[in-house]
Design a protein around this ligand. Structure first.
Ligand SMILES: *Cc1c(COP(=O)(O)O)cnc(C)c1O
Length: 365
């Protein structure tokens, strides 16, 4: 058995120091927005190189709050990718705006800046790129387009914690960066959690008020806000994990290198690294026209695998007429052929080789 993801190994390693810290936080009984949340916000802002870091209840909320704080609402269009988790576009609908799906680059599977430019209308207010599977989107090109057309850029960094570009880490390249600490993400807590980063002081202030019912002073409310806060226990977990994230992301790259080498002579397309930033391999995803046969063989061998994502968002009944779709041929093609393999920092080379062998056998047989 080789699972897609094994959180147990990491937990066991952290346990000796983590459990006493959790007990201490429990005994302090300051469960929401307590001192550990405050300390984590300072530490994570410093790690990411962002002026401000505001925690919230989930990655989905981070996107929702950021779009709301940016003033995006009914009548506005937000250009995004159809090849992502649904939360990216759901958040656009939450604020009453319209998701506009532009096609992905066939190499990186991130949103294609040329397709973004072609999708701009007088109603376009923002671009919402996703750093898919941990690879930074082309922020230089997207920021150039945003600047020329006076658009905002909000980054979906749910899969890219720790990924950097030469001009800064993901989450610091646009107006706001939205992170998820869902347990399976590169930096995950033990429940739900999220974060918004920004270098804009006014945006940060609005976000801090907004996540806590629009409250400026106790029981004084400036505007309609949300209940979207991080709890102390999650902050303790995140403070424990943050110092290890670079090492864990390096281990993910080791696993990816090993897959690249083990699959090099097979008729599959390995994920490319476009060199514009560091890839943190939230997922290792290959393309193959024999995708389903490979998946079947891996299942039979007790090896985890998953299709991220089988149905691009423009094909989801959820959006109906609430979204606009352009020519999305690349997204459709990738959705038909993609397969993600086991990926986590503790996955040793011997197990990576076994996954590669199973794929070789599936393609030979
Ligand atoms: C996980 C994820 C989200 C949502 O994060 P949650 O914390 O689960 O709400 C948003 N966007 C992408 C790309 C994700 O992978």
């Amino acid at each position: 058995m080789i699972p897609m993801l094994d959180l147990k190994a990491q937990y066991e390693a952290l346990r000796p120091t983590l459990e006493p810290a959790l007990s201490e936080a429990l005994a302090a009984t300051q469960f929401v927005l307590g001192p550990n949340v405050q300390a984590f916000e300072t530490e994570v802002a410093s790690y990411l190189g962002a002026r401000h870091a505001i925690t919230c209840a989930s990655g989905t909320d981070a996107l929702h709050l950021a779009l709301d704080a940016a003033g995006i609402g009914p009548g506005d269009e937000v250009i995004t990718t159809p090849f992502t988790f649904i939360a990216t576009a759901e958040a656009i609908c939450y604020v009453g705006a319209t998701p506009v799906f532009a096609d992905i680059d066939p190499g990186t599977w991130n949103i294609d800046p040329a397709a973004v430019e072609a999708a701009i209308t007088p109603r376009t207010r923002a671009i919402l790129p996703v750093h898919l599977f941990g690879q930074p989107a082309d922020m230089d090109a997207l920021n150039r387009i945003a600047c020329n057309h006076e658009l905002l850029v909000i980054e979906d960094c749910a899969q890219s914690f720790g990924a950097s570009t030469p001009a800064g880490m993901t989450g610091t390249r646009g107006l706001a960066g939205c992170f998820s600490f869902f347990p399976s993400k590169n930096l995950g807590c033990y429940g739900d959690g999220g974060l918004i980063t920004t270098n804009d002081d006014a945006m940060a202030e609005r976000l801090r008020i907004q996540r806590n019912h629009g409250q400026t002073r106790r029981y004084h409310h400036e505007f309609i806000g949300y209940n979207s806060r991080l709890d102390e226990l999650q902050a303790v977990v995140l403070r424990h994990k943050l110092p290890h994230i670079d090492r864990w992301n390096a281990e993910r790259r080791r696993v990816a290198d090993r897959y690249d080498a083990g699959l090099a002579d097979l008729p599959v397309t390995c994920p490319i690294r476009d060199g514009a930033g560091t890839h943190v391999f939230h997922q290792y995803t290959l393309l193959s026209s024999a995708r389903d046969a490979i998946a079947e063989a891996l299942n039979a061998a007790g090896i985890g695998n998953a299709i991220y994502y089988p149905v691009p968002l423009h094909r989801q009944p959820a959006f109906g007429a609430a979204a606009v779709s352009h020519d999305l041929a690349h997204a459709e093609d990738v959705a038909r052929r993609c397969l993600s393999l086991p990926m986590f920092p503790e996955l040793d080379n011997e197990r990576v080789d076994r996954v590669c062998d199973a794929i070789r056998q599936a393609l030979d047989g």
